[in-house]
Design a protein around this ligand. Sequence first.
Ligand SMILES: *Cc1c(COP(=O)(O)O)cnc(C)c1O
Length: 371
Amino acid sequence: MTINLPLQAPSASGLIWQVIRNESSRSEAERDAILADPGFGNHFTDHMIDLCWSEKGGWHRPRVQPYGPLELDPAAAVFHYAQEIFEGMKAYRHADGSIWTFRPYENAARMQRSARRMALPELPSEIFLESLKQLIAVDAAWVPSAPETSLYLRPFMFAKEAFLGVRPAKKVGYYVIASPAAAYFPGGVQPVSIWLSTNYARAGKGGTGAAKTGGNYASSLLPQAEASAKGCQQVLFLDNDGYIEELGGMNIVFVHRDGTLVTPESDSILEGITRDSVLQLAADRGHAVERRRVTMTEWREGAASGDIVGAFACGTAAVVVPIGRLLADDFEIVHSGAASSELALSLREELTGIQYGRVEDRHGWLTRLDA
Ligand SMILES: *Cc1c(COP(=O)(O)O)cnc(C)c1O
C-alpha cells in the first residue's frame, strides 16, 4: 500500500479525500476476463470508499482504499441490532466511453430518509456524489462496455461502535463497493412468475418497510425460499390489511386495459427510483398514472374481467420485468397477453436507452461520474 502524497485539494464538500492505491490491483487481462462474464454481485473492483462518522467529529477520514475485509469489533452494534442501510445504483458506459449514473440525488435523498428511520447520520448529498466519483476515478476501467452491462454501485452505512447497549451508535462507517454486472436477461427479457406470500409480511405499519435496510431483506429470505420451492422467481407481499405492497426487492405496477398504470401507495414500501422514472416516461406518453392502495381482490377481479391486462416489476438491477403469473395457495392469475408485456418492454427500452445515452435525457436524469 502506498499513500499518495500530497493529499488532494479539498473537494466541493470540503472533504480532503485520501487515495490509497491497491498495489495488487488485477491486471488488465484478469479484469477483462471478469468483465467478459461478470454475472451479478460476484466480483468487486480493486478499490472501495471508506468514510467515518462520529458523534463528535461528524463525517471525517474520507478514503479511497484497496477493496478488502473490514476489521470490526465483535461488539459492533450492526452485528447485534442491524443498524444498517444501503443503496443500489449503476454506472453506465456510453458509446463515447464516458461514464454516467442515473438520478443519483434521488439515491442520496433516499439514503438520508433511510438514515433518519434507522437512527443513522444523514450523509450530505454532495459527499454521496463525491464518493461515487472518487471510486470511479480509480476504478473506471471496471465499467464494462458490452450492451446492457454496468458497474453496480453499492453504497452502505452501518453502526460500528462497539457497545451492546441499545441506542443509536455514536460511530458509523459509510462505504461504497462496486461490482461489474452482466446483462440481466442475456437471452431477452422473460416474464417472471411470482408467489403470493400470505404467511409472512415484509414490513408492517410504522415499521421499516420504507427504509432500504438489510433487515427487510433478511425477513424476505424465507418467503423468497418458499417462492422458489413453488417454482416462482419472486415473492409478492401484502400489508396486514391485504393491500398489495411490493416484491422482495422490486416495486409492482399494474397495467389497465385503457392504458392506465396503477401502483400501490403505502408508507411501508420502498419507493423505487426505477418505478418513479418508468411512470414518468409513461405519463409523458399520455398514460394516466395512479398511485393508490390496491387490494389483491382488485387484481384478481380485474384480471378476470379483463380490466387489468398485465403487471410488471421494476428495480435498478432488473430494470422492468413483465409478470406473467401470480401463484397463490388457492388461486392463480395469468397474464399472457402481449399488450401488457409490450408496454413494459417498450418502457424498459426507453429507460435503458436514456441510461446508456441512446435516447435523449429530456428530464436531466443523468450525472457524469468520470469528469
Ligand atoms: C431498492 C428496492 C426497490 C427498487 O428501487 P430502485 O430505486 O428502483 O432500484 C424496490 N423495493 C425494495 C424493497 C428495494 O430495496
